[in-house]
Write a protein that binds this ligand. Structure first.
Ligand code: C2E
Ligand code: CA
Ligand code: CA
Length: 416
């Protein structure tokens, strides 16, 4: 029985909803704070005991308010005592929950949240509402500096500012990697991959700046630039070398792009202004995006289909693969992630997965591209599995625009 009670108690501590009877202390001034509470039901009273022993009434809070939030932001002891005035039903937000959300947030937002709270504590201390120990021993200036260093905010702000300049002054570049028909060797299309030609640091690969660009929202401007650049390239290519085939171009999109209202209309405007046929443009997105804001994403992708822009699911198989979205969303192409292509010859299970993805193509009329093909044996195995479209270093690395023409001349000679 004792054991059962213990288990029950353990389960209770795991529950997010907490109940306090009228008169109970919810948190005590000076205690280490491990959580905040969202009040669902009931009222609470807040009091602060000053250094001279006087007790200050800081008012009451009711449903919809958050209490105890300060301690989970800056790890300082509780600055007030909170008691339930009625029976209360509270929803617990643990320090870990909060830390997890904060980790994914923009560093500037994180820093500002901490600095505002620290300054608030400083004001409380100066007006002697909070004891000097409760406000932390360090000076606010030193703390601010420490926070900024912890979050690496200076570097983040500097890089974001430099990237803004990079977009405005033409430091961004696109390199193009051909997408090949294994059977004929012809180029069917290209994937546009972004690089940053930094004036001091040289050519920076996307993995080093795309996360920052997504975090700061600057990716939206960069994606617009990429689509514009690709449309102009299609125009130049068709104007100068119509004999090289109607190759298509795929541009990578981030989830942040989809947060921007009407982002597709901007692309439509660019297609219009450059008289580019929408079927020459594909947008590459990842599976994660489909889970993010399903309604908004579905509307945008349906609009892509209406306009004739192709939708490619990138890195297929490594994310939150849920086959249900293949019929929910208008998807034209799946790109088998390169990790599968690398392992399929050594690992029978991986080969099985590749075959399953290829069967989707036959059953759902979706095109499949194998990514990251580095060796002839991989290309041969794919061809034997009836997978004809591939991309990878074996065929060509991504190249700058000037090398795209010779590649096309070599691989797409006039037929007949
Ligand atoms: P991704 O979209 O999956 O692009 C394919 C990456 O694999 C590229 O790296 C490409 O150079 C590399 N790759 C191609 N063939 C092979 C191969 O045979 N073996 C190996 N090991 N790698 C190969 P890159 O250019 O460094 O791009 C990295 C990632 O950065 C891209 O992955 C994409 O997620 C992101 N990215 C690149 N350009 C853009 C962009 O314009 N916008 C956005 N939002 N993301 C971009
Ligand atoms: Ca891609
Ligand atoms: Ca990929």
């Amino acid at each position: 029985m004792k054991c059962l009670n213990k288990v029950r108690q353990g389960m209770d501590t795991l529950k997010a909803e907490k109940h306090f009877k009228a008169g109970e202390i919810i948190m005590a001034q000076g205690d280490a704070g491990t959580c905040a509470y969202f009040i669902q039901e009931g009222r609470v009273g807040i009091v602060v005991e000053k250094e001279d022993g006087k007790v200050l009434d800081m008012g009451t809070r009711g449903p919809g308010s958050i209490i105890g939030e300060m301690a989970i932001v800056d790890n300082q002891p509780r600055s007030a005592t909170i008691r339930s005035l009625e029976n209360c039903r509270l929803l617990e937000i643990t320090k870990d929950d909060f830390a997890r959300s904060v980790r994914g947030a923009n560093p500037i937002v994180r820093l500002i949240a901490q600095v505002i709270l620290m300054r608030y504590r400083d004001i409380l201390r100066r007006s002697q509402i909070l004891s000097s120990e409760a406000a932390g021993a360090q000076s606010p200036e030193l703390l601010e500096k420490e926070y900024a260093e912890q979050i690496n905010v200076v570097q983040a702000i500097k890089m974001a500012n430099e990237f803004k300049v990079a977009i405005a002054t033409g430091q961004l570049r696109l390199h193009y990697q051909p997408i090949i028909s294994i059977a004929t060797g012809r180029i069917l299309g290209f994937e546009a991959l972004m690089r940053w030609q930094h004036p001091e640091r040289g050519l920076i690969p996307p993995d080093l700046f795309i996360p920052m660009a997504e975090d700061s929202g600057l990716i939206i401007e960069a994606s617009r630039w990429a689509v514009r650049e690709v449309c102009h390239l299609i125009k130049r290519l068709d104007g100068q070398r119509p004999d090289l085939g109607n190759v298509y171009f795929s541009v990578n999109m981030s989830a942040t792009d989809f947060d921007e209202q009407g982002f597709l209309e901007t692309f439509h405007g660019i297609l219009d202004a450059t008289s580019t046929c929408a079927s020459r443009l594909n947008l590459e997105i990842t599976e994660r995006l489909l889970l993010k804001q399903p309604k908004n994403v579905k509307e945008t992708l349906d609009r892509c289909r209406e306009l004739g822009i192709g939708v490619v699911i990138d890195d297929f198989g490594i994310g939150y693969s849920s086959l249900s979205y293949l019929h929910q969303y208008p998807i034209d192409t799946l790109k088998i992630d390169k990790s599968f292509i690398h392992k399929m010859r050594q690992d029978a299970k991986v080969l099985g997965l590749v075959k399953s993805i290829l069967s989707l193509r036959d059953n759902l009329a979706i095109r499949v591209i194998a990514e990251g093909v580095e060796e002839a044996e991989e290309a041969e195995l794919l061809a034997s599995l009836n997978c004809d479209v591939a991309q990878g270093y074996y065929f060509s690395r991504p190249v700058a625009e000037e090398h795209l023409y010779p590649l096309l001349e070599q691989r797409n000679p006039l037929q007949g």
